[in-house]
Design a protein around this ligand. Structure first.
Ligand code: S3P
Length: 428
């Protein structure tokens, strides 16, 4: 239980948020499959990425963790060993879905599961294409969810058209494609984050993309490399929102990844009338980064429609965007975001229930929500649904609500941002 202190103290200064979650996961996975030592700096030390480290350690990969860096002692594409026990992926959909693609091609059987949330999330979306490649992958309870039993097999290359824009699905198939007997392609309905494509190229894979399609050729080897993880725009999003909402704020968030497949929130904040600016734009390790400068602009925030191809580029930021919408003037319509139903919790239901508790005018729809912003929210006790992004979004809502916000169980922030509350509280 956590009550957020309302504040009138402007949020000023320069902050850094932790490393990108998607890139941190992939640095361990690809490092494990490469030959040599992959050095990772600014790795996200949060529960989800620790789950990835834990499963690869169980498959015989030495991973040295220090304050300065992570060293992954890769054993090559065929160097993983059969784990002695079930691989437990905690709350992490990325770990579960991406390693399924790798496990589908190993010469051993694995059982894979995670926490209560993971055991409810849809795995058919990876089971279908991996089975088309020849994989033997079963849902233990035959409900399309984990626990999964994966028996490694020889895989065939396929051309897969995914019904969902999901980087986890795309990456799972591309990783299996590394081991296939011919080229594999994945075409999505809208472009999802492309970190797998960018990073695997850096590890020496023959991978390319154009428009909505990514291709990979089977690999005989990957090669270790150094990865400096940019700060996570999904974590920066909470501080972008905080600075927009707390009067007098001027915040600089340093070295944030602004890969166009992730940076939809910048466009949305601009379209809503928020004062936000990218400074010092540069490219590091194939990923665009920038410092993000944000100024208080609650009084000029307007409702907008958010739909179509931009949705995958801000899918994890929709809860905090919904908070901004409630504090804006006018109607915000979020469409084409049915994927929110199958995140760490059902984020459409969660936002609908919690924003109603705070007195917002919100209507949940099949594929999103409609929020009539009134410029203010009451306080209230909201449920986190054990979802880190719901917790952090309502912590931001509570900074400027009429009465305090209490979050029933806020500890889940450790999934992606263990130091979230200490960073927030250090600012006022
Ligand atoms: C992720 C992909 C997205 C995102 C998740 C991380 C990734 O999920 O929501 O937080 O690292 O590939 P989907 O692939 O289900 O859209």
């Amino acid at each position: 239980m956590k009550t957020v202190l309302q504040t009138n103290t402007p949020l000023k200064g320069t902050i850094t948020v932790p490393g990108d979650k998607s890139i941190s996961h992939r640095s361990i996975m690809f490092g494990a499959l490469a030959k040599g030592i992959t050095k990772v700096t600014n790795f996200l030390m949060a529960d989800d990425c620790l789950s990835t480290i834990s499963v690869f350690r169980k498959m015989g990969i030495d991973i040295e963790v220090s304050d300065k860096e992570i060293l992954v002692y890769g054993k090559g594409l065929h160097g993983l060993k059969k784990p002695d026990e079930t691989l437990y992926t905690g709350n992490s959909g990325t770990t579960t879905r991406l390693i399924s693609g790798i496990l589908a091609a190993q010469d051993f059987e694995t059982r894979l599961t995670g926490d209560a949330s993971i055991e409810k999330r849809p795995m058919k979306r990876i089971m279908t294409p991996l089975s088309m490649m020849g994989a033997d992958i079963k849902s233990e309870k035959d409900n399309g969810c984990a626990p999964l039993i994966i028996n490694g097999r020889k895989l065939h290359g396929i051309d897969f058209t995914s019904p969902v824009a999901s980087a986890q699905v795309k990456s799972s198939v591309l990783l299996a494609g590394l081991y296939a007997d011919g080229p594999t392609s994945v075409t999505e309905p809208a472009l999802s984050r492309n970190h797998t494509e960018v990073m695997l190229k850096g590890f020496g894979a023959d991978i390319s993309s154009e428009g909505l399609t990514a291709w990979i050729k089977p690999a005989s080897e990957l090669f270790a490399c150094d990865i400096d993880v940019p700060s996570d725009i999904s974590s920066a999003a909470y501080f972008i929102a905080a600075a927009l909402l707390v009067p007098g704020s001027e915040l600089l968030i340093k070295n944030v990844g602004i890969n166009p497949t992730r940076a939809g929130i910048i466009k949305v904040v601009k379209a809503m009338g928020g004062k936000i600016e990218l400074q010092n734009e540069r490219v590091s390790g194939g990923e665009k980064t920038a410092d993000i400068y944000v100024e208080y602009s609650k009084d000029s925030l307007k409702g907008i429609t958010i739909e179509g191809d931009i949705i995958p580029t801000l899918i994890d930021e929709i809860p905090v965007i919904a908070i901004l919408a409630a504090y804006a003037d006018g109607t915000t319509i979020i469409k084409d975001a049915a994927e929110l139903h199958v995140k760490e919790c059902d984020r459409i239901d969660a936002m609908d229930n919690d924003l109603k508790i705070m007195g917002a005018d919100i209507t949940a729809t099949e594929d999103g929500m409609i929020i009539k912003g009134t410029g203010h929210l009451n306080g209230g006790t909201i449920k986190s649904y054990n979802d880190h992004r719901i917790s952090m979004s309502f912590a931001i809502a509570g900074l400027v609500s009429d009465a305090p916000v209490t979050i029933d169980d806020e500890k889940c922030v450790s999934i992606s941002y263990p130091t979230f509350f200490s960073t927030l509280e250090s600012l006022y």
